[in-house]
Design a protein around this ligand. Structure first.
Ligand SMILES: [Zn+2]
Length: 237
């Protein structure tokens, strides 16, 4: 009886404040989550997990840091629905959307390739503590949670720490790069990654500098391999 009344009240409140699609701002239907069906079928999926060792992808990191595989869910272009989605996730508090969409991609990873055999632990790229305070959440960790939940792989948020904001990209050579990036990120609880296949997670892959800096620290701390999964990629491949 009370449950029935409760549902009526919830439905009534929902009708006053419907949840909106983060792609087009239209009210979501009962079985829709985060994105309406129309926006979801328009997502420019990369399908990269079906050829995650593609040379064009790997060249981004070639000669800098060894990466096991790279896979991004969708392409990011200016003015696109994906740009709007990422903006909503990063700046408008839609952290749950990061988790839901990561879960969609994890489902594809699970059923369309064998990459999940190479994932022992998932780590989101950390924010600097002052940025975290400002935003209230780390979107990369929410993406990591979405992947981890569907793939049944542990997510660690106590391994990688960001010490400062910026990453200089003007190092003269590979060795200098390895020396200089060390103070941007620090690894704690090394035993959590030693000998393990680590997947680093971020929202958008652009220059790759941040992911590279993280990967260097993780590899220095004796993990077996580092791979990258992002929700979106600015690369065309
Ligand atoms: Zn929509």
């Amino acid at each position: 009886m009370f449950k029935g009344i409760g549902k009526i009240i919830v439905d009534f409140i929902d009708s006053l404040f419907p949840t909106l699609c983060i792609g087009c701002d239209k009210p979501l239907g009962e079985n829709e989550q985060v994105l309406c069906t129309n926006c979801r079928i328009q997502l420019p999926e990369t399908g990269q997990h079906r050829s995650p060792h593609d040379e064009r992808l790997m060249n981004k990191f070639a000669g800098k840091v060894p990466i096991q595989f790279i896979a991004s869910y969708v392409y990011f272009t200016k003015g696109s629905i994906v740009q709007k989605i990422i903006h909503n996730i990063k700046y408008k508090g839609h952290k749950e959307a990061a988790k839901v969409m990561a879960g969609w991609y994890a489902y594809q990873l699970k059923h369309e390739c064998d990459l999940t055999d190479q994932i022992d632990v998932i780590i989101g790229v950390p924010l600097h503590v002052s940025r975290l305070k400002q935003r209230g959440y780390n979107q990369a960790e929410w993406i990591a949670e979405g992947l981890g939940e569907v793939l049944n792989v542990p997510v660690r948020t106590d391994v990688l720490v960001r010490n400062r904001f910026e990453i200089s990209q003007t190092y003269k050579n590979r060795l200098e790069r390895w020396d200089n990036v060390k103070s941007v990120f620090t690894v704690y609880n090394q035993e959590a990654i030693a000998g393990k296949n680590v997947v680093l997670v971020d929202d958008v892959l652009t220059t790759g500098a941040t992911l590279e800096a993280c990967a260097i620290e993780l590899l220095k701390s004796d993990c077996k391999s580092v791979s990258l999964i992002t929700l979106a990629t600015a690369s065309k491949f």
